[in-house]
Design a binder for this molecule. Structure first.
Ligand SMILES: Nc1nc2c(c(=O)[nH]1)N[C@H]1C(S)=C(S)[C@@H](COP(=O)(O)O)O[C@H]1N2
Ligand SMILES: [Mo]
Length: 302
C-alpha cells in the first residue's frame, strides 16, 4: 500500500481541513437553509485541502459484510455482483412511485465530485473522492409527499452472488434510514463513482448512500429500494446491537461506543507509526449539520 499522504490531517497542520470547511460552510449557510431547491454551491462543501486516500486503499479495505467480514473480502468477492441492469424502487409517500432504471436516473442527475471524510464506527477513517449526485435531487424525481418524515434504504440481496449472506451476521437485507431533513441535506449524496471512474462493486456499485457526518455504516451500499415513510425505519446495526448502534449514529468524539473510545481515529494509509488523530464532532461537518440536531441530547440520541 502506498502512503503518499502520511502527514495529512495531522493535528500539527498549520491549516487543518476542518478550518477550511468551517469558512466555506458560511457560504453554504444561507443556501443550506433551503431543501432540495438549492443549486450547486455545494462544490464549496468539498474541500480541495482534503487529500484523498489512494485508489488501492479505498478499494481494498472495505466493509461490505454481504461479501465477507474481513476487510479484504469485498475486494476478493464483490466481482460476483451483477450491477447491470439495475433499478431502484422508490415507493411509500411519493407522488411517482416506481422502479427507476439506473441509466435513467444517471441521465437526469448532475454528477459532482465530493471529497468527504469517511469515519467508520470501528474508529478508522479515510478521505474519499466520490462522484455522485444529491439524494435530494433523486427524491425530487419521485416527488416527496407532505406526510413523509423518514427515508428507508435497502441493499440488494442475492445469495447466489453474495457469499457472506449465508452467515447470519446481520438480518439481511442490509437496511438503513435517515430522517427526511438529513436525507435532503445538500451534503447527503448517492455516490456512483470514485476518482472519476464507476464505483467498484466493493464500494457499493452501482449507487450507494454517503452521509459524511455519520458513522460509515449509515452509508448503505448497492441500493435497490428507497421508501418514504412517516415512521422511523429499522436499521441493520441497530437491530443487531441496539445498545451499541443508534438510529442517528452521528460521529461524536464525546459519546463512546460501549466497548471502545470514539475520541480518536486511525487514518488508513497513515503509515505504521502515524499517531491517532482526534475525531471531529460530526466528522468535521458541524457547521453544516449541527442545526439539524438543535435541542437534542446527542448522548441520548446516539
Ligand atoms: N450493504 C452494506 N452497506 C454497507 C456495509 C455493509 O456491510 N453492507 N458496511 C458499512 C460500513 S460499516 C462502512 S464503514 C462503509 C464502508 O464503505 P467503503 O467500503 O466504501 O469504505 O460501508 C457501509 N455500508
Ligand atoms: Mo463502518
Amino acid at each position: 500500500m502506498a502512503h503518499r499522504w502520511k502527514n495529512d490531517l495531522s493535528p500539527a497542520d498549520a491549516t487543518p481541513p476542518w478550518a477550511y470547511l468551517s469558512r466555506r460552510a458560511l457560504m453554504l449557510g444561507a443556501a443550506g437553509a433551503g431543501l432540495a431547491g438549492l443549486a450547486r454551491p455545494l462544490a464549496a462543501a468539498t474541500d480541495d485541502a482534503l487529500k484523498p486516500n489512494d485508489w488501492d486503499e479505498i478499494t481494498s479495505y472495505n466493509n461490505y459484510y454481504e461479501f465477507g467480514t474481513n476487510k479484504g473480502d469485498p475486494a476478493k468477492n464483490a466481482h460476483m455482483l451483477t450491477t447491470s441492469p439495475w433499478s431502484v424502487r422508490i415507493d411509500g409517500l411519493v407522488d411517482r412511485p416506481g422502479n427507476y432504471d439506473f441509466a435513467d436516473i444517471m441521465s437526469e442527475m448532475t454528477i459532482e465530485e465530493r471529497i468527504y471524510r469517511l469515519r467508520c464506527v470501528e474508529a478508522w477513517s479515510m478521505v474519499v473522492p466520490w462522484n455522485g449526485f444529491e439524494l435530494a435531487d433523486l427524491l425530487a424525481m419521485a416527488g416527496v409527499q407532505d406526510g413523509a418524515r423518514y427515508v428507508a434504504f435497502e441493499t440488494v440481496l442475492r445469495p447466489q452472488e453474495m457469499p457472506g449472506v449465508r452467515f447470519p451476521v446481520l438480518d439481511w437485507p442490509y437496511v438503513e434510514g435517515l430522517r427526511l431533513d438529513e436525507a435532503l441535506h445538500p451534503l447527503t449524496i448517492m455516490a456512483t463513482g470514485l476518482y472519476g471512474k464507476p464505483i467498484p462493486n466493493q464500494n457499493g456499485a452501482p449507487l450507494r448512500l454517503v452521509v459524511p457526518w455519520k458513522y460509515g455504516f449509515k452509508s448503505i451500499k448497492s441500493v435497490v429500494r428507497i421508501t418514504l415513510t412517516d415512521t422511523q425505519p429499522p436499521t441493520s446495526w441497530n437491530k443487531a446491537g441496539p445498545r451499541e448502534y443508534g438510529f442517528y449514529s452521528n460521529v461524536n468524539p464525546n459519546v463512546d461506543h460501549p466497548r471502545w473510545s470514539q475520541a480518536t481515529e486511525r487514518r488508513i494509509g497513515g503509515g505504521l507509526f502515524a499517531g491517532r488523530e482526534p475525531t471531529q464532532m460530526f466528522n468535521g461537518y458541524g457547521d453544516q449539520v449541527a442545526a439539524l440536531y438543535d435541542g437534542m441530547d446527542l448522548a441520548e440520541n446516539f
